[in-house]
Ligand binder design. Structure first.
Ligand code: NAD
Ligand code: MG
Ligand code: MG
Ligand code: MG
Ligand code: MG
Length: 339
């Protein structure tokens, strides 16, 4: 079945006439949604904890900033863009008790709805507009007159206007300039978790880490190992992004291609591990493990973060990254970027 895709003419911004949209959170996605919607002429209010450092940033951009409770109370559409693990409590304590009758609830990821951590009563439309890119790119592309594609879904549609709201929201975000693909909360949540665990983060990070360790344990210089298993990855991924797997293979030597076919470490055992992880996503056990740990103050998460921030490749990484001029131009290592 071909995917259903909507473009610019499929969204109608007049859906927002006389309506207010609250954006809860002003992080990666929050700032992009608030600014893009505002610049598309939508009446936006940002909901934040009064102590949040982001209050200042949002106000500097000329946005109206209120407490989460006050923003939720006056909004006709509420986009929840706090971290996934924080959404359930923000919902229960500050959003749900203050909702206007029939206010629409929106998300950029299906986690809390799909796993049942947030259950809006059935009179509230529930929809998703999930950008397929980091928030800073969503903002940058919008400002450049383009857009980042989104996947969109409707979970509850009590009045029959949930899709109009969804497409109007996607248009105001700039996303219909690129395209919106129809999905469901279940499909988006399960595939998103699968991709980040097995390929984008858990897959690639582990390949890089292990590749580096195998080479250096065998006596090769760390600097050389770093180039071979980490640095060149970006260039390969850029080619993949432009022209898929065929372009990245085409651009490499025949030696590299032949080795790719016959000497890869990824085998059918990896497929079995992927299928096992997919089951843990589908049956909710991954979500349960993550949320229970978060609710207990995230002891396991924090321990793992500490452990993984000292992997051996990072002993040489900062020195080598500094050799590349483009890395010295405003792009920082993670701990600097977060400080
Ligand atoms: P983030 O961590 O960058 O920002 C979260 C924001 O929420 C911050 O402004 C923070 O101050 C605020 N916040 C945290 N706890 C809060 C609380 N208790 N009350 C009020 N505000 C609070 O988050 P993000 O990465 O933008 O993710 C937001 C949502 O977007 C998530 O559902 C995520 O899955 C989804 N998403 C993110 C990306 C991405 O590129 N980061 C891409 C697609 C979808
Ligand atoms: Mg994702
Ligand atoms: Mg994700
Ligand atoms: Mg090479
Ligand atoms: Mg070639």
């Amino acid at each position: 079945m071909a995917a259903q895709i909507w473009y610019e003419n499929d969204g109608d911004l007049s859906v927002f006439n006389g309506k207010k949209v609250a954006i809860i959170g002003y992080g990666s996605q929050g700032h992009a949604h608030a600014l893009n919607l505002r610049d598309s002429g939508v009446d936006v209010v940002v909901g934040l904890r009064p102590t949040s450092k982001s209050v200042e940033f949002a106000k500097e951009q000329g946005l109206d900033v209120k407490s989460v409770a006050d923003a939720a109370a006056e909004a006709d559409v509420i986009m929840i863009l706090t971290p996934d693990q924080a959404q359930r409590k923000v919902w229960a304590n500050e959003i749900e008790p203050n909702l206007k009758p029939g206010a629409a609830i929106a998300f950029a990821h299906g986690f809390n709805i799909h796993y049942g951590y947030i259950k809006p009563t059935e009179d509230h439309p529930v929809f998703m507009v999930a950008p397929k890119g980091p928030g800073h790119i969503v903002r940058r592309e919008y400002a450049a007159g383009r857009g980042v594609p989104v996947v969109v879904a409707v979970q509850q549609d009590p009045r029959g206007d949930a899709w109009d709201l969804t497409l109007a929201y996607a248009k105001a975000l700039g996303a219909l300039r690129a395209g919106a693909i129809r999905t469901t909360f279940k499909e988006e949540t399960e595939t998103d978790l699968f991709g980040e665990q097995n390929v984008l983060l858990g897959g690639v990070n582990k390949l890089v880490e292990m590749g580096f360790e195998v080479l250096t344990d065998a006596g090769y210089q760390p600097e050389i190992a770093y180039f071979e298993v980490c640095h060149e990855l970006k260039m390969i991924v850029d080619l993949m992004n432009e022209g898929g797997l065929n372009k990245d293979r085409w651009s490499c030597s025949d030696t590299a291609q032949y080795g790719d076919y016959v000497n890869t470490c990824i085998d059918e055992h990896v497929r079995e591990r992927m299928e096992y992880h997919l089951k843990r996503i589908q049956d909710g056990s991954f979500a349960k493990e993550f949320i229970e740990d978060q609710d207990a103050g995230a002891p396991k998460f924090k321990q793992l973060q500490e452990e993984y921030s000292h992997v051996r490749i990072e002993e040489v990484g900062p020195k080598l990254r500094a050799m590349f001029s483009w890395n010295n131009d405003g792009v920082k290592d993670a701990d600097e970027a977060n400080s």
